[in-house]
Structures are given as C-alpha cells and as structure tokens.
Ligand binder design. Structure first.
Ligand code: ADP
Ligand code: MG
Length: 236
C-alpha cells in the first residue's frame, strides 16, 4: 500500500495537494492537463521533490524524508534514461551495481534481463547504436533487474510509434505482474490508461484525486477531465 497522507508538495511557486491510498499490486495511470503536477507528484513519491507537509508511507512506514536511493522504487522518464557513454550491458548493470564491478552471478542476471527484453547479443552496443525501441528495452531491462516493489513511469515511450509503445507497455505490465510491483504511470494517452491501468489518479486544479476505476472515470468524467480531453460528454 502506498499512502499520501495529507500531503502538500511545493515546486517553485506551484502547490499540489494529495490525500490518497493506492492498494498493493495496483496498476495506476496518472492523467491530467499539462502543467497540472503529474511529474511533481511522481517526483515527490520518488524523493526528488520535497514534501513539507504530510507524509508518504509505503507498507505503513514513512518514507517522506528518505533519499531517492533509499526508496523502494524504480523510475523511468520519457527520455534520458540511459548513459550515452556506457554499453547496453553497463546501462543495465547500473541497476544493481552503481560501481559496475559485477560478480559472475550478477553478470548472468544482467544477461538474462537483456535476453528477456529481446536484446540478446546487443550488450556491447552504446545507446547511439541502438534504435529508439531498443533503447527503451535497455531501460526496461534495468527496471526488471532492480525488482523494486514500486515502479514509476513518467510518460514513458512517448517518443516511440504506437505499435512499439504498445509492445513496451505490455512488457511493463508483464514485469509488474511477475514481480507483484505497484505501477504508477503518467500518460496523456487515454488508450494507455485503458490498456494497462485498472485505476487512475486525476491531477488537476492543484489536487491529485483518486485512484478511481479507470473505466468508471472515463465513462463518467468529471468536468476537469472533460475539459482536458476536449470531449463534450463522452470519452470515446
Ligand atoms: P505535468 O507533469 O503535469 O505536466 P509538472 O509536475 O511538470 O506538470 O509541473 C507542475 C507545475 O510545477 C507547473 O506549473 C510547472 O511550471 C511547475 N514546475 C515544474 N518543475 C518546476 C521547477 N523545477 N521549479 C519550479 N516550478 C516547477
Ligand atoms: Mg510531466
């Protein structure tokens, strides 16, 4: 269970309030207008954005002041997830060994993760020598290897075409199902929310609300969501 207990997040002059609970094993989409605070919300959970009021709890324990590295989570951003000067193998290995001196069993685990995402044989390539889809797979292999119980994705794969994006999201869902991880995924694409998130948090007007059942929310959208999606009354 992830709890944001009477949380107030400050980012420059921007304020976001959140008072919500996400049940174990949930896959949650985070949607809302541009600039509403979706990345700020994930940043607060990840520990990059300070939380001056309220508490963030994971499994009942506060993590509000823990450093990002001490939190039980992996985070993937839209881009810049890879280090350009490192090989695919080293980019993945960073997930378990920041100093990159791997033991033999660790090296085997890295190779397994690369194979799992379909990158067998490409381990010595640097990101520049990989396609966009292959780069996303490297980032996913790292996520897979870390096996953290909470996975945060901030508009991932939006640089990919729709087919590849769907493939990556399916892989994310598969990884989370396998590890039992909770997923919070920012997306501006309602189809993504429908495809992989049974629950949705709505960020608008300075508040993060929910999680709501995704289908219910889309069938009966509140005014802010309607305005954002630009639909009169129904969401296709
Ligand atoms: P979203 O991800 O929903 O598009 P963000 O969380 O990135 O929105 O931003 C929410 C608000 O916080 C915006 O008004 C933005 O201008 C502001 N903001 C974001 N990052 C910073 C920052 N580092 N310093 C000051 N203000 C910021
Ligand atoms: Mg954002």
């Amino acid at each position: 269970m992830l709890q944001l207990d009477q949380v107030q997040i400050l980012q420059g002059g921007f304020t976001l309030q959140a008072d919500l609970q996400v049940p174990p094993g949930s896959r949650v989409a985070v949607i809302g207008p541009s600039g509403a605070g979706k990345s700020t919300l994930l940043g607060a959970v990840a520990g990059f954005v300070p939380v001056p009021c309220g508490s963030i709890l994971w499994q009942g324990q506060t993590i509000t002041t823990h450093s990002p590295a001490a939190r039980p989570l992996s985070i993937l951003f839209q881009d810049n997830n890879l280090f350009p000067h490192l090989s695919a193998l080293d980019n993945v290995a960073l997930g378990i060994r920041p100093a990159l001196r791997l033991t033999a069993p660790e090296r085997a685990r890295v190779h397994d993760a690369l194979a799992r995402v379909g990158l067998e044989g490409l381990d010595t390539r640097r990101p520049a020598a990989l396609s966009g889809g292959q780069q996303s797979r490297v980032a996913l292999a790292r996520l897979l290897l870390q096996r953290k119980p909470l996975v945060l994705l901030d508009e991932p794969f939006s640089a990919l075409g729709p087919g590849l994006k769907a493939e990556m999201l399916a892989l994310v869902a598969e990884i989370c199902a396998e590890t039992g991880a909770m997923l919070l995924m920012v997306t501006h694409d309602i189809a993504d929310a429908r495809a992989i998130a049974d629950q949705t948090i709505l960020v608008a007007d300075g508040h993060a609300r929910g999680p709501f059942a995704t289908e219910d929310l889309l069938e009966n959208p509140p005014e802010t969501l309607r305005a954002y999606l630009g639909t009169a009354d129904r969401i296709p």
